[in-house]
Design a protein around this ligand. Sequence first.
Ligand code: RB5
Length: 148
Amino acid sequence: MIAIGCDHGGFALKEEIKKYLDKKGVEYKDFGCYNEESCDYAFAAQKVGLAVTGGECELGLLFCGTGIGISMAANKVKGVRAAACSDYFSAKFTRLHNDANILCLGGRVVGAGLAEEMVEVFLNTQFEGGRHARRVDQIHRIEAGEIL
Ligand code: RB5
């Protein structure tokens, strides 16, 4: 199960990606928003973040105008590693090297075609582990208040 959410700036792209996930047979839970009326991205960011870190969903997809505000908000949920990406390489390597658990896309930045490719690679790439696991662990030690 994939958690998805957006604000008004990401709504149209989220709807495009839902069609793509339907076509691919990928199950998802949509945490809103559900229309283009202005709304604040922190709400969907927190809901999707908690769904992922709580184990209800394996990975998350978030959409706002740039992908940035919603990633900042999601990253405040303990255990979230949200990556705002606008290119294919970053969407792939944030899984390989950062074990990112949420991909954040900007509805005003990337088109639906590129976004589909990025979602596809994000959902189907496994974390490499090894030296990268040590680095991800360091991120979480910072989150826990440790001075490295
Ligand atoms: C909303 O206008 C816009 O600021 C928001 O979608 C996002 O881009 C923030 O980072």
